[in-house]
Ligand binder design. Structure first.
Ligand SMILES: *Cc1c(COP(=O)(O)O)cnc(C)c1O
Length: 475
């Protein structure tokens, strides 16, 4: 394995004797598939249109920047945005707040989860998820993810203790979690489910929007997300008591919570028994978000189009295992994630980078990726990384095998074609480079695959290809 680990600086200099011309990998000194930078995420600056500028200017020119002034709730930008969110999600309540992290923390606090409780969350998520649990005064209990990087419900059951008072599920990188299984388990244990639905805005599972399955769902409007106002977030819920408490906690002082219930009284006796944390949204950002929300469906369609195009074109590759959704269509498509089960994902990602595609090996030891649990050092004492990894061995393995390629909604079909070409080129070379299989450990699927011949140097025959693709789809 280590033989392939040249430093990136060296990679371009190494020349293979009698190199294979165009087919030679850029990591070995060949021509890269692409020479312009890969648009990683959207860098904030796409899908912002002149009408969004006009909306923000409208708020600025009103000189009314605070959401709670003399205007009726419905006449404020924040109030209007919240109404539009309720319609979009089909939910009873929505509250615009200062970030996705505060939206998650508010949901936990407003639900009355006692401080010090354990809250279960997956070992693969952005660091904001466990951070929000800490912000709410609770402690994260990390749960394994399966090979498709979804929270492993069997593992959650194995780790269960009565100190766990809630489950915080994450639809990580836009792929829906198994909400049916999770809802059933949570009901059995008598605890609520919260959704960190930040990465999956607009994604549906069984005809229902993610974020509306749990007691409350949280979203972010920071610049990397599909709605972008720089910083911000919101939560959606059907629970009126939780909502009223979240409104107060977010900073609605002196009875301002009443404005959120224009047709009646809030279902809480007083707002004086909760602290006010100042997690409010402001009028300028809300105006921007209202304009963006109108164009959101176009953006989601771009994500989906690009993802489906790339995934279909690479579904026959036997060298990689493309991440599979829990149900058909239950994903956003803003990231192309695959595993390299029998091979070297770190080398694969580096080779893709040399071809001009921005790819990361999630579990790389050369990269302090904030989505990887062993980098959440604030959760652990003085443990070494090796000891932390041993807490979630399956998740560690899946992270180490995973390659993550961001798919911006601004990608053209030509960009997608280059990604497809680069993955095929690297996979082909990985296949040709394979050394003889090492001794097999019984039961380990990855090792079995290895023993069955590893990566073929040539594309596999069409029949096997279709079978493999069908098998994968059925999973
Ligand atoms: C971005 C993100 C958050 C946090 O959102 P902020 O608005 O930056 O606080 C939470 N969870 C996930 C999975 C995210 O990707």
């Amino acid at each position: 394995m280590d033989g392939k680990m040249e430093s990136p600086a060296l990679a371009g200099l190494v020349r293979e004797p009698g190199g294979a011309g165009d087919a030679r990998l850029a990591v070995h000194g060949g021509d890269p598939v692409r020479r312009t930078p890969w648009p990683t995420y959207d860098k904030g600056a796409v899908f912002v249109h002149p009408e969004d500028e006009e909306a923000a200017l409208r708020a600025i020119r009103s000189h009314l920047y605070f959401r709670y002034d003399y205007r009726a709730h419905r006449e404020t930008e924040c109030g209007g945005f919240e109404e539009e969110l309720c319609r979009y999600f089909g939910s009873k309540h929505a509250l615009a707040v200062s970030s996705g992290t505060t939206a998650i923390a508010l949901a936990i606090m407003a639900a009355g989860i006692p401080p010090g409780s354990l809250i279960a969350c997956p070992g693969f998520t952005f660091v904001a998820t466990p951070s929000a649990i800490v912000l709410a005064g609770c402690k994260p209990l990390l749960v394994e993810v399966d090979e498709n990087l979804r929270m492993d419900l069997d593992d959650l059951r194995r780790r269960w203790t009565p100190e766990i008072k809630a489950i915080l599920v994450v639809h990580m990188r836009g792929f829906a979690a198994d909400m049916e299984g999770l809802t059933r388990l949570a009901a059995e244990m008598g605890v609520p489910v919260f959704e960190d639905a930040v990465p999956a805005l607009g994604v549906e599972l069984q005809g229902r929007k993610l974020g509306t399955f749990g007691l409350a769902g949280a979203f972010s409007t920071q610049s990397d997300k599909s709605l972008n106002c720089g910083e911000g977030g919101f939560l959606v819920t059907d629970d009126s008591v939780l909502f009223a408490r979240a409104v107060v906690l977010s900073g609605a002082y002196e009875g301002r919570v009443r404005r959120h219930f224009p047709d009646g009284e809030p279902p809480i006796a007083t707002d004086l028994d909760l602290p006010l944390l100042s997690f409010r949204m402001d009028e300028i950002r809300a105006a921007l978000l209202r304009a963006e929300l109108r164009r959101l469906p176009v953006r989601l369609e771009r994500f989906r189009r690009n993802y489906d195009y790339v995934a279909a074109a690479l579904s026959d590759l036997t060298e990689i295992e493309i991440r599979q959704p829990v149900a058909p269509g239950a994903y956003l498509g803003e990231a192309f994630i695959f595993r390299v089960p029998g091979g070297d994902a770190k080398w694969f990602a580096r080779a893709l980078c040399c071809e001009g595609i921005d790819a990361r090996n999630l579990g790389s030891d050369e990269d302090a990726n904030a989505r990887v649990f062993w980098n959440w050092r604030f959760l652990f004492g003085a443990e070494e990384v090796k000891e932390i990894k041993a807490l979630l061995p399956d998740t560690t393995r899946h992270m180490e095998q995973a390659v993550d390629v961001p798919l911006s909604s601004s990608l053209s079909i030509e960009d997608c074609d280059q990604l497809i070409e680069a993955v095929r080129k690297v996979a082909r070379a990985a296949g040709a480079d394979r050394r003889p299989p090492e001794p097999v450990q019984a039961g380990a699927a990855d090792e079995r695959r290895h023993a069955l011949g590893g990566f073929p140097a040539e594309p596999v025959p069409a029949a096997g290809t279709a079978d493999a693709a069908r098998r994968r789809r059925r999973r």
